[in-house]
Design a protein around this ligand. Structure first.
Ligand SMILES: Cc1cc2nc3c(=O)[nH]c(=O)nc-3n(C[C@H](O)[C@H](O)[C@H](O)COP(=O)(O)OP(=O)(O)OC[C@H]3O[C@@H](n4cnc5c(N)ncnc54)[C@H](O)[C@@H]3O)c2cc1C
Length: 427
C-alpha cells in the first residue's frame, strides 16, 4: 500500500503547525517554502530597529522538523498549483499530492501603486527588516556629514505610513533608538531636526483595538515624540519624499510602508474569485469548494459560509494549521473533515518600553501590566528554547542599558513578494 502524500505550501505559522499536527500520521509530509527558515514576524520590527539579530526570530525549517520522521522539507518557489492534476508546480519541478495544505501567507500591499512600491521600505520579511535597519542607520551617517540644512532635515525625517500594530510598534522602537542610543553614537550631530511621522488614513491608531486603548497608545506615542497625521493617505512617493491625498508634501529620505498586506498571489491559482485582500473563501472545514483534498489556511484563508472573516493573525494561522492536520488524519482514516472553530487569543501591541495595549475578550489592559503580558506572550510563542533565552537576554540588556546592539549596516536586497513584484512575475 502506498502512503499518502501531503504537501504543505509555506513554513510559516500555519504550515509548521499543520506539519506538526501530522506527526505520526500514516502519510509522507512535504513542506515547501521559498526560504529555508520559519520566521516569527511579530518581532521583525525589533530586527529592523537594531535590537535583535535574525537568527533570534528565524529558525531553519529543517531544524524544526528534524525529529518528525514522516516529514521532509524542500526549499523551492511554488509557482502554480494544478488542482486537476493534483500537482504543485515549483521552480524545481512538480510535486504530486493526495492532500494539499496551502499556507503561503501574505505580501506587502501597495495597492498597486508602483511609485509607492519603488520609493518606500516594507517590513514583511527578514531581508526587509535588515534593509530597513541599514537604511535608517545610514541616514544618520549621511546627516553627520551633510552641510546642507534642508537635506539634513530630509535625511532625519522618518515617515511611517499605516498606524496598525506594525506601524505603531516600529514608531515606538525608532523613538527609543533616536532618543537614547544614537545620540551617543553621533555626539556631534544635532538631533533637534529628527522627526518620526506616523500617517494613518483613518482617524486613530490601532483600528482593531477599542478606542480607549488606542487613545492611550496615541498619548504615549505623542509623549515619546511621534507626530501623528490622521485622516490622510499617502498617494504618491518619489526620491525626495511623499505626497498625501490633500496635496501636502513631506520631504523624507525614509518612508516605511506598513499600510497593508494582501494574501499571496497563489490564491488566484485556487479560485477565480478571491475575496477582499486576495484571500480565498474556504468552507467552514477550511477546504476549498469542490476540492476536499485541498485546505487553505492562515492569512490566505477567508472563512466564507459563516459570514465570518478572521483577522490575519498568528494564532488564527496556528490553530487552522492544527485543524487542517487533524482534518487530513480524519480523511486518511476514511472520515470527513470537521468545521474549524477559532478560539480568540486576543490582540496586543506594544508602544515601546513599559507600555502595551492588550485586548483579550472582556479583559483590556494598557501600560506596564499590558507590556509585561506582551513580553510574556511573545516569549511563549517564539518557537525554540534557544531563541527564547537569547531574546529574553537581549530584552533585559536593552531594558537596563538602553542598548540595541545589532546596529550594523549590511548590504541586503529587500524580500521578494510584494504585490507589485508578484504582479509582474505572474504576467
Ligand atoms: C511585521 C509583522 C508583524 C506582525 N505582528 C503580529 C503580531 O504581533 N501578532 C499576530 O498575531 N500576528 C502578527 N502578524 C501577522 C502574522 O505574522 C501572520 O498572520 C501569520 O504569519 C500568518 O501565518 P501564515 O502561515 O498564513 O503565513 P506566514 O507565516 O507568512 O508564512 C507563509 C510562508 O509561505 C512562504 N511562501 C509564500 N509564498 C511562497 C511561494 N510562492 N513559494 C514558496 N513559499 C512561499 C513564505 O516564505 C512563508 O514562510 C505580523 C505580521 C507582520 C508582517
Amino acid at each position: 500500500v502506498t502512503r499518502a502524500h501531503v504537501v504543505i505550501v509555506g513554513a510559516g505559522f500555519g504550515g509548521i503547525s499543520a506539519a506538526r499536527a501530522l506527526r505520526g500520521a500514516n502519510a509522507d509530509v512535504l513542506v515547501v517554502d521559498r526560504r529555508n527558515y520559519h520566521l516569527f514576524q511579530p518581532l521583525l520590527y525589533q530586527v529592523a530597529s537594531g535590537l535583535l539579530d535574525p537568527s533570534e526570530i528565524a529558525q531553519p525549517v529543517r531544524t524544526l522538523l528534524r525529529h518528525q520522521r514522516n516529514a521532509d522539507v524542500r526549499m523551492n518557489e511554488v509557482r502554480a498549483i494544478d488542482l486537476e492534476r493534483r500537482v504543485v508546480r515549483t521552480d524545481a519541478g512538480d510535486l504530486p499530492y493526495d492532500h494539499l495544505i496551502v499556507a503561503a501567507g501574505a505580501v506587502t500591499n501597495h495597492f498597486g501603486n508602483r511609485d509607492i512600491a519603488a520609493h518606500t521600505l516594507a517590513l514583511k520579511g527578514l531581508n526587509d527588516a535588515l534593509t530597513l535597519r541599514g537604511e535608517v542607520l545610514e541616514r544618520f551617517e549621511r546627516a553627520a556629514e551633510c552641510a546642507d540644512e534642508r537635506e539634513r532635515r530630509r535625511l532625519l525625517t522618518f515617515v511611517i505610513a499605516g498606524a496598525g500594530p506594525t506601524g505603531v510598534e516600529f514608531a515606538g522602537a525608532l523613538c527609543e533608538l533616536f532618543s537614547h542610543l544614537l545620540p551617543k553614537d553621533f555626539p556631534r550631530l544635532d538631533f533637534a531636526p529628527v522627526r518620526v511621522i506616523l500617517i494613518e488614513g483613518r482617524n486613530r491608531v490601532l483600528e482593531a483595538f477599542r478606542p480607549r486603548l488606542a487613545a492611550k497608545a496615541e498619548e504615549v506615542l505623542r509623549r515619546r515624540g511621534v507626530e501623528m497625521v490622521f485622516g490622510r493617505r499617502v498617494v504618491g512617493a518619489d526620491e525626495r519624499g511623499i505626497r498625501l491625498d490633500d496635496g501636502t508634501r513631506i520631504e523624507s529620505a525614509t518612508v516605511i510602508w506598513t499600510a497593508g498586506v494582501r494574501a499571496s498571489w497563489l490564491g488566484e491559482q485556487l479560485t477565480e474569485k478571491v475575496g477582499r485582500l486576495g484571500r480565498v473563501a474556504v468552507r467552514p472545514t477550511l477546504q476549498l469548494a469542490g476540492h476536499d483534498e485541498v485546505q487553505v489556511i492562515g492569512d490566505m484563508a477567508e472563512l466564507g459560509d459563516r459570514g465570518e472573516v478572521l483577522p490575519m493573525l498568528a494564532p488564527v494561522a496556528i490553530q487552522q494549521g492544527e485543524h487542517a492536520g487533524r482534518n487530513v488524519i480524519a480523511q486518511l482514516g476514511g472520515g470527513a473533515a470537521t468545521p474549524f472553530r477559532y478560539r480568540d487569543k486576543g490582540t496586543m501591541a506594544t508602544v515601546g518600553r513599559n507600555h502595551a495595549v492588550v485586548q483579550l475578550g472582556p479583559i483590556r489592559l494598557s501600560g506596564f501590566i499590558g507590556w509585561l503580558m506582551w513580553l510574556f506572550v511573545h516569549l511563549l510563542y517564539i518557537i525554540t528554547f534557544r531563541s527564547k533565552a537569547v531574546v529574553l537576554l537581549n530584552w533585559a540588556w536593552n531594558y537596563i542599558f538602553y542598548d540595541r546592539p545589532a546596529r550594523l549596516i549590511t548590504e541586503i536586497s529587500p524580500d521578494i513578494g510584494t504585490d507589485t513584484s508578484n504582479e509582474e512575475a505572474t504576467r
